[in-house]
Design a protein around this ligand. Structure first.
Ligand code: HEC
Length: 439
């Protein structure tokens, strides 16, 4: 294990989650926008409406700037944050899916080159060729989604991979298809919402109406596809995940998903009926509503992976918690119970390797950092603060110690791993923390 990235109050996972949820906007915009673009461009060609091209030009410029500045930055941000938050998990993923990412990046290059060629050749090649360039871009960027969804869904439902270790056994798992089409639906919704923002900025009233209506049809279609696939996705979740949904996905997150779907459906429905009424501020508000929906969904999706970062393999605190015969990997829990976590983790300061009367609270804090901080804040407040939980449940050191024998009785937590003195040190640390005796 590596040095722990402790983010005061927030936990590293939540920082990663924020960056990843934001990344949804530019990345899905990029994948979805060109479908709308080639449709409108073909229509402008067919109906001989050059003024419609003005919109397409504006919209693809937004795509170039927003998607490729913020998309690239936040995409790299995900890698940095994930590598800091869970280096071992990232290492495990890379060892299995390096060719998956390599494949994605080939198509990613098609996408990046494609948008530049599309924007800068807008009036330099004939329309038919230009539309063809648009199609190459649209298919290339959707293919990046086809690939990355395999790796994303693997992290929730690794399929037969734990038994076979095979690339495609993990890739085409039970949540792959519903999530691919769920994301395809959301890419249409995101592209449509952005298109209404740009449409509201177009002076020509006829163009504004044409675009607002076409975008809203895309948006409403995307919502319908997304909603249908959402239920398909829910039905394909394993029993453990369903149990966690019931326990951990709070009403706020459910309302976030339902509320934003309903609001967006009303918004697109309204624009289909009265496309001339497209205005800038409501359009911008639709992006915020969209973000609330995405955040609620992505947050729930993260929650249902608990206690694992890769199910039946590695816990969120990066301890390998199950045998993986196909890869010759053994669970680390028995060895850690015997030797102690402070002796096993490589970067523990020398004076904390052994618990004694002088260092007990500090050693306890080290154990908490290694085993609990992935999900619990070690401050007085913040995400699932251990101090607050202990205060609310009135846990003293003895009760906490008792609880540590059966943490994994709760389906969302890994077991405590370590020796008796380490368990005691952790319990005393949490008790002291909750009384405000420590920082
Ligand atoms: C995989 C994430 C994860 C890890 C790692 C984890 N916990 Fe938890 N823990 C949770 C979640 C989720 C809850 C439920 C909180 C809620 O209800 O919002 C929880 C709840 C608790 C509770 C309250 C129990 C109850 O009755 O609800 C205690 C005490 C607790 N954790 C202690 C610990 C300690 C100590 C560690 C480290 C050894 C730890 N947890 C590691 C996710 C985790």
């Amino acid at each position: 294990m590596y040095p722990v990235w402790e983010v005061p109050g927030l936990t590293a996972g939540l920082v990663l989650g924020l960056i990843a949820a934001f990344h949804m906007l530019p990345s899905h915009l990029s994948v979805g926008a060109m479908w709308l673009n080639v449709y409108l461009e073909s229509r402008a060609e067919r109906e001989n409406r050059p003024e419609l091209l003005d919109f397409v030009r504006k919209y693809s410029r937004l795509l170039l700037i927003f998607s490729y500045v913020f998309g690239s930055l936040s995409g790299v941000g995900i890698w940095f944050a994930a590598t800091l938050a869970a280096p071992r998990a990232i290492s495990g993923l890379i060892h299995n899916y390096v060719w998956g990412w390599a494949t994605e990046w080939v198509f990613f290059i098609v996408e990046v080159v494609g948008i530049f060629v599309y924007v800068y050749s807008f009036d330099k090649v004939d329309r038919k060729t230009h539309i063809r360039i648009g199609w190459i871009f649209a298919l290339g960027s959707w293919t990046t989604m086809v690939v990355i969804v395999g790796i994303l869904t693997f992290m929730l439902t690794p399929g037969l991979w734990p038994q076979t270790g095979g690339f495609f056994d993990g890739f085409f798992n039970r949540t792959y298809w519903p999530q691919l089409f769920l994301r395809t639906g959301s890419m249409l919704v995101i592209a449509a919402a952005y298109a209404t923002v740009i449409a509201a900025r177009v002076y020509d009233a006829k163009v504004r109406s044409t675009v607002a209506r076409a975008a809203s049809v895309f948006g409403l279609g995307g919502l319908a596809l997304g909603a249908a696939c959402f239920f398909w996705y829910r039905a394909s979740l394993p029993a453990h995940a369903v149990e966690i949904v019931e326990m951990l996905v709070k009403p706020g997150l459910r309302q976030g998903m339902i509320g934003s779907t309903v609001l967006l459906a009303l918004y697109f429905g309204w624009l289909i009926v009265k496309p001339a009424s497209a205005r800038f501020w409501p359009a911008l508000a639709s992006i915020l509503v969209l973000f609330a929906g995405i955040w609620s969904f992505e947050r729930s999706r993260e929650l249902i992976r608990k206690p694992w970062v890769i199910p039946n393999y590695m816990y969120s605190n990066q301890i390998i918690g199950a045998d993986l015969p196909a890869k010759g990997v053994r669970s680390e829990i028995p060895a850690i119970n015997e030797r102690g976590i402070l002796k096993t983790a490589p970067f523990v300061p020398k004076n904390l390797r052994e618990v004694n009367d002088e260092n007990r609270l500090q050693a306890g804090r080290m154990v908490a950092l290694l085993e609990c901080a992935a999900c619990h804040s070690l401050q007085q407040g913040g995400v699932r603060s251990l101090a607050r939980i202990a205060r609310e449940k009135e846990l003293d050191a003895d009760m906490m110690e008792g609880l540590l024998y059966s943490l994994d009785q709760m389906p969302y937590m890994p077991p405590f791993a370590g020796t008796d003195p380490e368990r005691r040190a952790l319990a005393e640390f949490v008790a002291a923390l909750s009384k405000g005796e420590l920082r």
